[in-house]
Design a protein around this ligand. Structure first.
Ligand code: GLU
Length: 289
């Protein structure tokens, strides 16, 4: 079977050195394994994604020497597939709508924090503390019919019962020296949001559906997504999708030890290019070769 790799940036800013490392590692590994390299544009956040950022992605990657297959998959062209996946989870009674605003949820968390610290997910965000899971079906239907905004959440407890214990495969070595199979721990994320009224998918759902649709066998991405893999593995199990193997690479940090952000001009690829850097310089700066 030909290995299939993918680089999956979001066009919500210009690419920086962290993206260069990820893209180059994908390209290097695909080449070494005689595999295919796909590019996927993760543009579901339509308020932040812009066509000029997408155009810059193609330019920057070509400048880095990457070659990827056509056509490029753009998530915004596949909402039907995400809706179908949600319908499957709904048929298994594994999702439910919650209607609280962000401010209402923050107030509930503050109250719980008062009684003892309320748990946070691996990214540091509080778990969903609400009670929407036990809302009566008639009340749910009434509020949805009335056009109220809502988030569709995974019922984590029910999902775990349905899927049973899971592991996912590390390709090479994980950020803390993990090898072989890692135990999935999706409970740490609580009842994650899988879609909203206005967007029929979230990152977690889209990435799982896309990797399966595109036949991705090898995911190579930053170690900031290491823990999210537990949610991805759970969704694959619930949706009956194949599981790729995962390699989570080191991140490139700024001089203060923080993750690079898309607004950090000094590390933007197009700025470096404008200053006369070459693709070989970028490889060296990110620690390849
Ligand atoms: N779109 C994500 C990002 O730009 C990457 C998702 C993934 O590789 O799974 O951080």
């Amino acid at each position: 079977m030909t290995p299939v790799f993918r680089f999956a940036p979001s066009p919500n800013g210009y690419l920086h050195l962290g993206h260069a490392l990820s893209a180059l590692l994908n390209a290097d590994r695909a080449k070494a394994a005689d595999g295919r390299l796909l590019l996927r544009i993760e543009d579901i956040d339509e308020t932040r994604c812009r066509p000029e950022y997408e155009a810059a992605i193609y330019e920057d990657l070509a400048w880095l020497g990457l070659e990827w297959e056509q056509p490029v998959r753009r998530q915004s062209e596949h909402y039907g597939e995400y809706r179908a996946a949600l319908a499957r989870l709904d048929a298994l009674s594994l999702i439910y709508p919650s209607f609280e605003s962000r401010a209402e949820i923050a107030a509930q968390v503050a109250e719980r924090d008062h009684q003892g610290k309320w748990p946070r997910d691996p990214d540091g965000a509080p778990l969903y503390p609400g009670a929407a899971k036990s809302m009566l079906p008639a009340e749910r239907a009434r509020r949805m019919d009335a056009g109220e905004p809502y988030a569709l959440r995974l019922d984590m407890a029910a999902a775990l019962t349905h899927a049973g214990p899971l592991t996912w495969a590390v390709n090479g070595e994980g950020p803390a020296g993990e090898t072989g199979l890692v135990k999935a721990g999706p409970t740490a994320w609580g009842d994650v949001i899988l879609a909203r009224k206005e967007t029929s998918t979230s990152y977690h759902l889209a990435v799982v559906v896309d990797d399966a649709s595109q036949g991705v066998t090898d995911v190579v991405r930053g170690c900031d997504l290491f823990h999210a893999t537990s949610v991805h593995r759970l969704l694959q199990a619930l949706l009956g999708l194949p599981q790729p193997s995962y390699h989570h690479h080191r991140l490139i940090l700024d001089s203060d030890g923080r993750k690079l952000s898309k607004s950090t001009q000094a590390t933007g690829l197009w700025e470096l290019r404008a200053q006369g850097a070459t693709a070989a310089d970028i490889r060296m700066i990110v620690g390849l070769d």
